[in-house]
Design a protein around this ligand. Structure first.
Ligand code: G6P
Ligand code: MG
Length: 208
């Protein structure tokens, strides 16, 4: 029994993790190096600029601040080309039903995402109205594994950390939730998310 549920977006509610990956992979290709799915795990939950720095580190590429800003912008343009075409069919299995089931039980729901595109995506897939609070990359400055995004989300719900459960697909996100003093359900594989209190393959495992 918990009073508040805090959801990461990319890879938990919507299948956008693959689009982030494709956009970064294309950028790496353009700079002349490979970017693998294993490398990509390090980007999950991480802000856009920090992600770019990790990508450049993988390729051993050093660039000026100005060039980095341009590339981050370019990556986002590519990513937006994918997400502009999104609709309800790209909600992950069980996502909408689980949110509805929690609401029906009186659980308060917040989004806790590093993405600056979060509000746009919630709108595209038609679940924006299921949230009591939306905390995203436009509202917080410290990226996961810093707990800020979940601490603010919990506060916006009017709850305490031990009232809240976090749902996360990123290792950095699991660390952020633990640092916030919250329980955490990992969405994905135990080899990556082993620090979570429980790991499931998807939200559909949690709804009947
Ligand atoms: C989420 C994703 C990251 C992404 C970050 C920023 O945390 O897991 O892969 O880099 O959001 O997203 P944005 O849409 O602002 O580029
Ligand atoms: Mg995620």
């Amino acid at each position: 029994p918990f009073k508040g549920a805090l959801f990461d977006l990319d890879g938990v509610l919507v299948d956008t993790a693959k689009y982030h990956y494709l956009a970064w992979k294309q950028l790496a290709g353009q700079l002349g190096f490979e970017f693998t799915e294993a490398d990509n795990e390090r980007l999950k939950g991480v802000s856009r600029m920090r992600s770019l720095e990790i990508v450049l580190e993988v390729g051993g590429v050093e660039l000026s601040e100005e060039e980095k800003l341009r590339l981050a912008e370019e990556k986002n343009e590519r990513y937006l080309q994918y997400i502009r075409r999104m609709d309800e069919s790209e909600l992950l299995p069980g996502a909408k039903r689980y949110l509805q089931a929690l609401r029906a039980q009186g659980v308060k729901i917040a989004l806790g995402s590093a993405s600056k595109n979060a509000a746009f995506i919630l709108d595209k897939v038609g679940i924006a109205d299921l949230f009591d609070a939306i905390v995203d990359g436009t509202k917080v400055s410290r990226a996961k594994p810093d707990p800020e995004v979940f601490v603010v989300g919990c506060r916006e719900l009017g709850l305490e950390p031990d009232d809240c459960v976090v749902f996360e697909d990123a290792e950095a996100g699991v660390q952020a939730a633990l640092a916030a003093g919250m329980r955490v359900v990992g969405i994905g594989h135990a080899d990556i998310l082993g620090a979570a209190h429980r790991v499931v393959r998807g939200l559909d495992e949690l709804v009947g």
